[in-house]
Design a protein around this ligand. Structure first.
Ligand code: TYD
Length: 133
C-alpha cells in the first residue's frame, strides 16, 4: 500500500512550536490548493472516493481522526493525531475518514486545483479502474 507518513521538522524554542511547510521540501510536490475539514459532526464518515491523479498530504492540525485507505487489494487504517506528521496519499487510493474528534481540524495540501473529473466516487467504478490499470 502506497501510504507513507511525513514527519515535519518542528522549530521549537521556549516560546512554543512552529512548523513550516514548503512545496517540494517537506511536501513532495507543488502545492496548488489547501482545504480543511473542521467541526465534523459526531458519527460522520466522509471521503468515499479515490483520485485518478491527485497527490495529497493530510495533517490533523488539531484533534484526531482515522483515515482508511483501500488500493483495490488491501485496506489500511491510520490514526492522524499529531500536527507534526502528515500522511502522503498518492493517487489511486479509495479513502474513508471517520472518528473525527470534536476539535479535529484536518488540513489537506494538494497538487492541483479542484477538478471533479479527477474523482472516482463509485466503489465499483474504482475497482474497475484499478483492474484496468
Ligand atoms: P466532498 O468531496 O464531499 O468532501 P469529502 O471528500 O471530505 O467527503 O466535498 C464537499 C463539497 O466541497 C463538494 O461539493 C465538492 C466541494 N469541494 C470544492 O469545491 N473544493 C475542494 O477543494 C474540495 C475538497 C471540495
Amino acid at each position: 500500500m502506497d501510504i507513507s507518513m511525513i514527519n515535519f521538522k518542528m522549530l521549537g524554542d521556549e516560546r512554543g512550536h512552529l512548523i513550516s511547510i514548503e512545496s517540494n521540501e517537506s511536501i513532495p510536490f507543488d502545492i496548488k490548493r489547501v482545504y480543511y475539514i473542521y467541526e465534523t459532526k459526531a458519527g460522520v464518515e466522509r471521503g468515499f472516493h479515490a483520485h485518478k491523479a491527485l497527490n495529497q498530504v493530510a495533517i490533523a492540525l488539531s484533534g484526531s481522526c482515522e483515515m482508511e485507505f483501500d488500493d483495490g487489494t488491501e485496506t489500511k487504517a491510520i490514526q492522524l493525531n499529531s500536527r507534526e506528521e502528515g500522511v502522503y496519499i498518492r493517487p489511486g487510493l479509495w479513502r474513508v475518514m471517520r472518528n473525527f474528534s470534536e476539535d479535529c481540524v484536518l488540513a489537506v495540501f494538494v497538487d492541483a486545483h479542484y477538478d471533479e473529473d479527477d474523482y472516482i466516487r463509485d466503489y465499483d467504478d474504482f475497482k474497475a479502474w484499478v483492474s484496468a490499470k
